[in-house]
Design a protein around this ligand. Sequence first.
Ligand code: CA
Ligand code: CA
Length: 155
Amino acid sequence: MRKVFVILACGVVVLVCAAILMGYSTSSQAQQLQGQPHIERIATVDYVVDGDTINLQGGEKVRLVGINTPEVHPQEEPGGREAKEFIENFCPHGTEIGLDVDDLDSMDHYGRTIAVVYVEVDGSWVNLNAELLRSGHAEVMFIPPSEFNPYKWTR
Ligand SMILES: [Ca+2]
Ligand SMILES: [Ca+2]
């Protein structure tokens, strides 16, 4: 009787370990699907222009790829100020951000760098473009050719 119990207990331990390992591998697979942060360079924020545009120190302007937020200039559209404030909270003046520039279309016709912007939150890099979509401050604006598929960020 005691032996049966020990065998059963071992079985339970093995099952629990297997479940933990399986859970671990699926979550890391999910992370891979979402795309690991791929940071090509670090830049410093001068100021946030609006929800999808950031001016960097040194004069470079960045347009967040794959998304659009309501305008703030010259006329404020509904939600424009909220979107601007949302990203200002993540990257106020002087913040170091990570950039992944769109390899297939690196600049728009206003001369702005087209990129995914990463901000550091609790020690890990967060895709700010995706955060704008998930929080409802931005809509998908997919203009091919592009290295990025913003529809993946909404999942
Ligand atoms: Ca916009
Ligand atoms: Ca890139």
